[in-house]
Design a protein around this ligand. Structure first.
Ligand code: ATP
Ligand code: MG
Length: 476
């Protein structure tokens, strides 16, 4: 077999250090996994590097740390037999070469010491099993028993061992296959794809956190519909996001059809991904229509309706986030809000845009108003170029109007120009219901454009409003 060397991949002095440390311990060491793969692809390399030692990975990590300036700390994960060292912004992961065998009910294998090739066999994909030697004699030699290099050239995701076993052993690999295909623009080998479809039910033994982790990586690719489409095609999406799958299909009644809201949603996610890397805005795009499945009705007069789907959808977000172990904090609230408001600018742009409607939009959306507009623009998936142009133009007008109203009225992060204390002092009141009524009336008057958002005008309005409900200002 021809030997190839990739010493250029190992220019960073850290590799020499690992090599020397391994030599001193009398064991073989290799770089493996993502670092090698991304180097060979000419892809930007991440700062995490995986090392395998034929022997103790933990001992190698300790020996390496001792050689490095400042003797960085070694974090040991005894249960996994791995150790991690941080060095100059890099994360160095060490593991001993191992052989794995799996039980039916767990992703956690029984582990015993093995050779490098045993270790390569237990890796998920051939392209992730490529190793470079750190031996003194053969520094940089590529070890590729499963033709990973060829798969890299052919842009192919393939498992080192028989796919059904590989996926059944650790079902997380099913989603990883799709994630790597989406990230790298690779195809998944047909046998793998079949095996995933067959083994999909095994995804149940994988923790939600791990699934969500991979899902996020898919959502953050430039064209998420590729990964999401594969999740759907293999049947995995039904386990992860059944709410989304429920949007699939077109129904026809009395000659009226509605669009397929599943494929529409994927298009919206692709659209928004061209303008934003904000994961949560991408989530909002993914979930903006989930309320359409439970609210779908056919009305003989008006055809298909999804009445209140925004509200129902935003209510569904909490359960979905909880199930997927997503954060139930302001990130979730942001997604809920965008789902809830997702039709507001559309309604606006259909009519003549009044200042009052724009002020209300800005008041309700606050700082998220731009993201909301971005979502609405991404939501345009009509294939009619004329309509598309018109919709985009309308949203541009809404955006301009937002800017205009904002400069004049400063509605975003609205603070009432007259405070509760001022109302109490003016009328000589103790805390009571009337204060709230007056405050609300002032806010409404500003949003409706009856008065400007300024203290003097608001104070006059307060006195008028107070008199209307039988209050008289105190004399000073
Ligand atoms: P990236 O870090 O860019 O996502 P990576 O290939 O480094 O890609 P990691 O998740 O960091 O992926 O894993 C490092 C290596 O460990 C992989 O390249 C692969 O060889 C192996 N690996 C990770 N997870 C699994 C798994 N579930 N089954 C088998 N091997 C795995
Ligand atoms: Mg990695």
């Amino acid at each position: 077999m021809m030997q190839t060397f990739h010493t250029k991949a190992l220019k960073d002095p850290i590799f020499k250090e690992v090599s020397l440390a391994a030599k001193a311990l009398g064991l073989e060491a290799y770089v493996i996994g993502g670092f090698v793969r991304d180097y060979l692809l000419g892809r930007e390399q991440k700062q995490d590097i995986d090392f395998v030692a034929v022997g103790s990975g933990i001992a190698l990590a300790r020996a390496v740390a001792k050689r490095l300036p400042g003797h960085p700390k070694v974090s040991v994960f005894k249960n996994f037999g791995t150790a991690m060292v941080q060095h100059q912004g890099m994360q160095l992961e060490f593991v001993g070469a191992r052989k794995e065998s799996y039980q039916r009910d767990s992703r956690k294998p029984l582990v015993e010491d093995g050779t490098l090739e045993d270790d390569q066999q237990r890796r998920d994909f051939t392209i992730n099993a490529l190793a470079l030697s750190l031996g003194e004699e053969d520094f940089g030699r590529l070890l590729d028993p499963f033709n990973g290099l060829k798969d890299l050239e052919n842009a192919l995701i393939r498992t080192p061992l028989e796919p059904e076993t590989t996926y059944s052993d650790d079902p997380l690999r099913m989603i990883r296959a799709i994630r790597f295909a989406a990230q790298l623009g690779f195809r998944i080998h047909r046998d793998s794809l079949n095996a995933i479809s067959i083994q999909k039910d095994r995804i149940r033994i994988v923790s939600r956190e791990r699934i969500t982790d991979e899902l996020h990586k898919i959502l953050l690719t430039p064209k998420p519909s590729e990964g999401l489409g594969l999740l759907h095609k293999t049947g995995l999406l039904e386990y992860i996001l059944p709410e989304l799958v429920a949007l699939q299909g077109i129904e026809e009644r009395e000659g009226q059809r509605h669009k397929d809201n599943f494929w529409h949603t994927l298009e919206v996610v692709d659209n928004i991904s061209r303008t934003t890397d904000n994961l949560w805005l991408r989530w909002a795009a993914l979930l903006h229509d989930i309320g359409k499945a439970p609210t779908k009705r056919f009305d003989a007069k008006i055809g298909w309706t999804f009445h209140g789907h925004e509200y129902v959808g935003s209510k569904m977000v909490y359960k979905l986030f909880k199930r997927l172990r997503l954060p139930l904090n302001e990130k979730m609230k942001y997604v809920q809000k965008l789902v809830m408001m997702s039709s507001r600018p559309i309604v606006l742009s259909n009519d003549y845009v009044t200042d009052a409607a724009v002020r209300r939009l800005v008041f309700d959306a606050g700082d998220d108003v731009e993201d909301l507009m971005t979502l609405c623009e991404a939501d345009i998936t009509t294939k009619n170029p004329k309509k598309q142009k018109r919709y985009l133009k309308n949203f541009r007008l809404v955006r301009e109007k937002i800017q205009e109203v904002e400069e004049r009225d400063r509605i975003r992060n609205f603070q009432p120009p007259v405070s509760g204390e001022e109302i109490m002092e003016t009328f000589g009141l103790q805390p009571c219901r009337e204060i709230g009524i007056i405050k609300e009336a002032i806010k409404e008057a500003i949003l409706e454009g009856e008065i400007p958002n300024a203290h003097g005008a608001a104070r006059d309005y307060m006195i008028r409003k107070g008199r209307e409900i039988g209050l008289e200002p105190l004399k000073h």
